[in-house]
Design a protein around this ligand. Structure first.
Ligand code: OSB
Ligand code: MG
Length: 389
């Protein structure tokens, strides 16, 4: 058992404890949603949660692979991620002791793409290291906040009235920012009515790539509503048209899908494709890239916030740790467990205080207890990927 403390943020001294991973496991758990969630790319009524664990000696770290079942948000799916972890990433992780996060991400880097699969293992690895060190994940990565401000993302609704009801309900729960999903058939009127009813709330929209640059005049109508940002209006992998669009809008563009690693983030900022970045650990391939993007944005004074992928409490706990870093200056899509699920996989569940914040836990690792019995009772498939003797 290594007892030396391991730090990971590049601004920290790297004093790594080498760990020999003994076991990697994958399991999926299906959690029904309270109500269907609709975005411009589709609608889901349950979430297939993909959990990975990484063990060394007496400790186990937990991670979540945030891929969906269909390649709509990105090309990855639960099944492609299972394949990539089983056949490439897990063997690379088990091949020799892992010295630190940089060592792990360098091994993963030799494989192209599949960021969510890579991130799942990086999450589990850092939870493991934090548990070995008896420190919280937030402390391990250099987090400075004791609580993080949060907002909520509301799916596309069939009518303005149904949307207004949901906005009212979530404002009453304390959420500091409301994000509305939009698409061309349900955008301007919905945003106008929400803004009319709530002139002073922090409001944003997320198009998940539902528009093209030829919609510029249409999108300019959104400039009237004092939005905090317009998230990912154009293609999922575009930077160039977003820069053209940003030059014609007063509302800041925030990129989500287009920012897949730190180099892309730098290009986007250099080109002014966006003025704000949504940071999702899964989309960028793990903590290593997420920490680099945070540093880049923080050093340039660019607002960054933590996005969500409708994670179970395990992914949610990682998001809370990430959002405790000093550069996270805007509310994250880190809602209460109960926003999506009747029962979460962690104890206690994530709760949003009346002032719209979530407490950053201080217990070791994720800082929440993983409800293993409940997970086992709902597990659909389980695979012990590979083990060292
Ligand atoms: O674009 O941020 C997104 C949900 C699924 C896929 C993509 C996105 C979202 C959300 C909700 O906006 C985030 C959350 O509440 O976890
Ligand atoms: Mg988004």
């Amino acid at each position: 058992m290594q007892t030396k403390s391991a730090n990971v943020a590049s601004s920290h001294a790297v004093d790594a404890a080498s760990v020999t991973i003994s076991n990697i496991e994958m399991r999926t758990v299906r959690l029904p949603l309270h109500e269907p969630f609709e975005t411009s790319f589709g609608r889901i009524d349950s979430r297939l949660i993909f959990l990975v664990t990484v063990s060394a000696e007496d400790e186990t770290g937990w991670g979540e692979v945030v891929a969906f079942e269909e390649p709509l948000y990105s090309y990855e799916t639960v099944i492609t991620a299972q394949h990539v972890i089983r056949d490439f990433l897990a063997p690379a992780m088990l091949s020799r002791p892992v010295t630190d996060l940089a060592d792990l991400s360098a091994r993963f880097n030799s494989f192209r793409g599949h960021n969510m699969a890579k991130a799942g293992l990086e999450l589990a690895y850092l939870d493991l290291i934090a548990r070995i060190n008896r420190q919280s994940l937030s402390a391990l990565i250099g987090g400075t906040r004791t609580e993080v401000p949060v907002g909520v993302s509301l799916g596309i609704q069939p009518s303005v009235d149904l949307l207004l009801e949901r906005v009212d309900r979530h404002l009453a729960m304390g959420y500091q920012r409301i994000k509305l999903k939009i698409k061309p058939e349900s955008d301007i009127e919905f945003v106008r009515e929400v803004r009319r009813r709530h002139p002073n709330i922090v409001l944003s929209v997320d198009a998940n790539s539902a528009y093209t640059i030829s919609d510029v005049d249409h999108l300019r109508e959104l400039d009237d509503f004092g939005l905090l940002m317009i998230e990912q209006p154009l293609d999922h992998d575009d930077l160039i048209e977003h820069a053209k669009l940003q030059s014609k809008l007063t509302t800041p563009i925030c990129l989500d899908e287009s920012i897949t690693n730190a180099t892309r983030a730098k290009h986007a900022l250099d080109m002014e494709s966006c003025r704000i970045i949504n940071l999702k650990i899964g989309r960028v391939g793990g903590y290593s890239q997420a920490l680099a993007i945070h540093e880049l944005c923080h050093s340039r004074g660019v607002p960054v916030w933590c996005g969500g992928m409708m994670e179970s409490g395990i992914g949610r706990a990682h998001n809370i740790a990430l959002a405790s870093l000093p550069g996270f200056s805007l509310p994250g899509d880190i809602s209460a467990s109960s926003r999506y699920f009747a029962r979460d996989l962690i104890v206690p569940e994530v709760e949003v205080a009346a002032d719209g914040t979530v407490k950053v836990p201080t217990d070791s690792g994720l800082g929440f207890m993983v409800d293993f019995d409940y997970i086992k009772s709902r597990t659909r498939d389980f695979e012990r990927v590979a083990a060292n003797p």
